[in-house]
Design a protein around this ligand. Sequence first.
Ligand code: OSB
Ligand code: MG
Length: 369
Amino acid sequence: MRLHRAKLFTLEMPLVSPFATSFAVQTHRQLLLLRVETDAGVGWGECVAMADPLYSSEYLASAGQVITDFLLPRLTGRSLSASAVSHLLGPVKGHRMAKAAVEMALLDAELRGASMSLSDYLGGVHDRVPSGVSVGIMGSVEELLAAVAGYLEEGYRRIKLKIQPGWEIEPVRAVRREFGDDIPLQVDANAAFTTADLRLFQQLDDFGLLLVEQPLEDEDLTDHAWLAERISTPVCLDESVVSAKSAADAIGLAACSVVNIKAGRVGGYLEARRVHDVCAAHGVPVWCGGMVETGLGRAANMALAALPNFRLVGDTSASDRFFTTDIITEPFVLQDGYVAVPTGPGLGVEVDEDALAAVTVARAEVVLG
Ligand code: OSB
Ligand code: MG
């Protein structure tokens, strides 16, 4: 396959309601799409970097620049396959979300050309995946309970509460009291706590949570191991796991017993599969995280989540969890608490050009050397 043209789209999509985490309150999702034209056909990639470097060091503008100035030049004027992309981009340090978007676009193009779905290519074994929902930090417990009630009503099969200092025990207790001990419940701290908060995590042990996600800072694997030894709730890592190697290290250090896999965070869907494989080899279950993706990223996430070691319910929610109007022609819908894994070639979804145009705030043709 040869890369002929590439275009970057900057989108600004309004969220159905503000999404608050320990690091930011989002009312809009700003993101970057990459459209490539190759001799195998067209492909779409989605870059999950956020507008500001608050979840990780990458941010939207940096990703656009890295893709334009450093990543695409390494792929231009040569014959390539999507499986070679991460190797070709290897000399560029970091910028995994930018790399993941490039690889995703080329994978989509290559697989469309070969009439193969991403799920089949990755080794998916399910035709639908159970759907969980990530619930942001709210202004009050009443608001939170109303939101959770709505998601349970819709059929979501697992609830994840975002937590931060001052919003941890109380929301969890309230949700347990209101909806009982049987609803699958977990929390995500986005690295907002320290080892000084041990007592708090020990209190959370009383609520039968499935897991606590990224309680401590990204780079503190030994602190996570220290915490994991002192609490009964399984520790799951998100931000800390940036590659299959770092997943192996985290597991070796006993820093976690569950891993959240996000392709953007680890540099692409192929590295995400390697994270999956490493975890499977160690008997560590994984689940598919989310980054408030459009239907394109969501399509790829569903394909990934169809792999066998995705044994826990992921943040694989339907399109309308975040967006009134998605940019694909057939948005993802919740059916009996599941979302279908696309079966068509490549990502298996089509861009709705009008919907895309309506949320596009900038467009740039990348000049390929
Ligand atoms: O930490 O999992 C996270 C959203 C943006 C950035 C980080 C995270 C999240 C979520 C998942 O919680 C949201 C989703 O369902 O896409
Ligand atoms: Mg997380």
